[in-house]
Design a protein around this ligand. Structure first.
Ligand code: TEU
Length: 546
């Protein structure tokens, strides 16, 4: 397995199992389908595979509502299939990161079924119960991320239970040591199966101080993570990445500085939230602003330059497609997708590729709300329309930032249903699958796929890419994102034109007429820079000077 220190040249690929590959024709992706595509992932060159949840679940939130942490949902296959996936992946030097969803369970988890059955249940205190407010309503005005109150009344007991997500995802009470012990034991049984580590769902919420309405970064959060590290993965060569929407760079150091013995790294979302409306959130999309975007990336690269570690991502199963969000999914789709790949993979940290990103898959624009499946979009659409927001505004917000953009089936080829299923797909495909698919990408030496493959290979070959210091250049430029990576005598210059415009850059004296070697480019290779640099639309390249 990856020694905890040797993992820094790894690249992670995220699979959303429901939409990756269907092997039994039921229209939903499954473990057999993933196994059938391991050769493809090995060809891409990734070494870690973050698997979104495949555990038993009523699928209220597509598996982020778990009713049995140690059994596999029938639609995904069996535990034997899961063990086969771990083995087959390892045979290709690919290690599985399981998705650990322990801020909450499903309301069908036996713990909750028992807890809600009686106030005397020995599992009552596994969850968060509060008496009604004096007016008989919810204990406080906390809102759920999926619309409505974060409190649901259990009529027989007259008490409310907390759920920061759907009403069917009751929050676990992490202040109860029995909860921590049960979760640690479950994690160790998964580690004993040979997984490479965990991605940890909304892990910044497990220290919540409910009565102070402090939901993220509660006072016991880091204590619980240090306990978890000691009790489970800390003793193994594991990789852990926490999903922490609230994290600042200072928090990220607390989570990921090696001596803290908490996590390997975290997902922070400042570069994502940057373009959400402060009041309407993601449903009112703000135009991309490169200067603000660069400042955030620069801040994070600088803050974790020598302690802690960055995760690097443009997208995941909750976010719009990278090329639609940060590039151009029209006539410049391929060149801008390659630019985004170079930009991500030449930063310092661990790159995450979301399924389909490596072939430049794009957002989807379904016309009707009935075409969508995501509980978050469906609930918030209803809630906002009821508040008087127009259909056009909400469907526009879903088109720009809805989670189903990332959940339409993986596009394998131009055959029916893009080769994803020979059944009825659980969600419609993106109509562009006849042009945008893996088969076409593998047949085209200039495809986005081979650009990713090259970047992943370079990371394994070049310590400069893994360990080199980051230093932004052209910091004030509103259309170009550029930086240097330096390690000992080597300097890498990375230049990305984030626009469809032809640009002319004045090259600083110290970078002029140096003889370099072009590491990668999405246009003509560059070896040397003169006083002026003409950039094509979305042109991106990296030159190494020794
Ligand atoms: O996401 C946490 C989360 O907060 C996001 O759903 C976020 O609220 C939303 O995408 C922004 O509008 C994690 C999982 O990644 C997500 O799929 C789950 O739905 C959620 O937790 C609950 O488990």
């Amino acid at each position: 397995t990856h020694s905890a220190r040797g993992w820094k040249d790894a690249v992670v690929y995220q699979v959303y199992p429901r939409s990756f590959m269907d092997s039994n024709g039921d229209g939903t992706g499954d473990l057999g389908g993933i196994i059938s595509k391991l050769d493809y992932l090995q060809q891409l060159g990734i070494n870690l595979l973050w698997l979104s949840p495949v555990y038993r679940s009523p699928m209220d939130d597509n598996g982020y509502d778990i009713s049995d942490y140690e059994d596999i949902a029938e639609i995904f296959g069996s535990m034997a299939d899961m063990e086969r996936l771990i083995t087959e992946a390892k045979a290709r030097d690919i290690h599985i990161l399981m998705d650990l969803v322990v801020n909450h369970t499903s309301d069908e988890h036996p713990w909750f079924v028992d807890a809600i059955s009686s106030t005397n249940s020995t599992y009552r205190d596994f969850y968060v119960w509060r008496k009604p407010a004096t007016d008989g309503g919810p204990p406080n005005n906390l809102r759920s991320n999926f619309g409505g109150s974060a409190w649901t009344l259990d009529k027989p007991s007259g008490e409310y239970y907390l759920h920061q997500f759907s009403t069917r995802q009751p929050d676990l009470n992490w202040d109860n040591p029995r909860v921590r012990d049960e979760v640690h034991a479950m994690m160790n049984r998964w580690l004993d199966k040979g997984i490479g580590g965990f991605r940890m769902d909304v892990i910044d919420l497990i220290g919540k101080e409910v009565d102070q309405q402090i939901m993220a970064n509660g006072k016991n959060l880091h204590l619980y993570l240090q306990q978890m590290n000691r009790a489970t993965f800390g003793k193994r060569n594991s990789i852990t990445v926490g999903e922490t929407w609230s994290a600042t760079p200072e928090d990220a150091l607390l989570y990921s500085a090696e001596e803290r013995k908490e996590l390997t790294m975290v997902f922070q979302f400042e570069h994502i939230k940057l373009f959400w409306d402060p009041h309407q959130g993601k449903w009112c999309n703000q135009p991309f602003d490169l200067l603000r975007f660069k400042a955030v990336i620069n801040k994070w690269q600088t803050a974790l330059a020598h302690r802690g570690w960055n995760s690097l991502f443009w997208s995941n199963h909750d976010l719009p497609r990278a090329v639609s969000k940060f590039g151009d999914d029209g006539q410049y789709r391929v060149v801008s997708a390659k630019m985004l790949a170079t930009a991500l993979h030449c930063l310092k940290g661990t790159p995450y590729i979301y399924q389909g990103e490596e072939i430049g898959m794009t957002n989807v624009h379904f016309a009707h709300i009935e075409d969508y499946r995501d509980i978050e979009s469906l609930n918030l659409y209803q809630e906002r329309i009821a508040e008087g927001v127009s259909h056009a505004q909400m469907i526009g917000g879903i088109h720009a930032n809805g989670r189903d953009n990332a959940r339409t089936p993986m596009q394998w080829d131009s055959s029916a249903n893009a080769g994803f299923t020979d059944g009825q797909p659980w969600i419609a495909l993106n109509p562009n699958y006849e042009q945008v698919n893996v088969a076409a990408a593998l047949a085209d030496p200039n495809s986005v796929f081979y650009h990713y493959q090259q970047l992943i290979a370079l990371r394994k070959q070049l310590p400069l890419l893994v360990h080199g210091d980051f230093q932004q250049v052209f910091a004030e430029h509103t259309k170009v994102f550029a930086w240097l990576r330096t390690l000992e005598k080597q300097t890498l210059l990375v230049i990305n034109n984030f626009t469809r415009e032809h640009l002319t850059l004045d090259v600083p004296k110290n970078l002029q007429s140096l003889q370099g070697r072009c590491l990668i480019s999405n246009c003509a290779p560059r070896e040397q820079l003169d006083a002026q640099l003409e950039l094509q639309p979305y042109e991106s390249f990296a030159i190494i000077f020794e």
